[in-house]
Design a protein around this ligand. Structure first.
Ligand code: FMN
Length: 193
């Protein structure tokens, strides 16, 4: 079937699903959490992570003020929390208090770490650059909090123990179908070429 070609990007969901995270920050006695689907690893050594945040977000100001942010990876059980922090602003409400969000203690920064997260990064801001209507915030990961029991010995997420929260766009959330896992060694497959 012929593909539609459009010039505009529309709702930008063509490349979804994405892992839905919660980005956290604090500054001047205020802490906050927002949903973020635009994020990625950038470097192993040193470990660097990037998130794309609109400067309109209350979280953005907290990150600029503190030069720190947290990225929290949550199970599918937490999608209502993701939608709640992604639909409200810390400029108007204290989300941690209103949503009764449980926290773990950070170790290298002051960013809130969510107890519900199966993994979380504490990041120190190393770059803040504008691209179009978003800011690309780059952070060095200075501490990783992770629930070892939900990862395999190879440190891959064990889908028998946790289902990651995915965002499909259009306010739709899902998770992965664990019966679709295939183990394909890149060295073996690379040699077939
Ligand atoms: C699933 C989901 C993903 C989102 N991803 C992003 C994102 O990557 N970057 C961004 O700037 N906003 C994103 N948002 C919007 C913010 O989470 C939302 O505007 C939030 O209310 C900002 O909160 P704050 O003003 O307290 O910082 C997303 C929202 C949802 C529901």
């Amino acid at each position: 079937m012929a593909k539609v070609i459009s010039e505009g990007i529309g709702k930008f969901y063509h490349h979804y699903p994405k892992v839905a995270t919660i980005v956290t920050a604090q500054a001047k006695g205020k802490e906050n959490a927002m949903a973020a689907a635009w994020h990625t690893s950038i470097s192993f050594k040193p470990p660097i992570y990037g998130v794309s945040i609109s400067p309109k977000r209350f979280t953005y100001q907290l990150i600029v003020d503190s030069k720190e942010f947290g990225v929290n990876f949550l199970p599918f059980d937490s999608v209502e929390l993701i939608a709640s922090v992604g639909g409200s602003t810390g400029a108007e409400v204290d989300k941690f208090q209103r949503l009764n969000i449980a926290k773990d203690k950070p170790v290298k920064t002051a960013v809130p770490i969510l107890k519900a997260a199966y993994a979380a990064y504490e990041c120190k801001l190393i770059d803040d650059r504008g691209y179009g209507d978003h800011r690309w915030l780059v952070g060095e990961i200075v501490a990783v909090h992770w629930l070892k029991k939900v990862f395999t010995p190879e440190e891959v997420l064990d889908l028998n123990k946790v289902s990651p929260a995915l965002y499909l766009g259009g306010e739709l959330y899902s998770t992965v179908a664990k019966d679709t896992i295939r183990s394909l060694d890149r060295d073996v497959y690379g040699k077939k070429v």
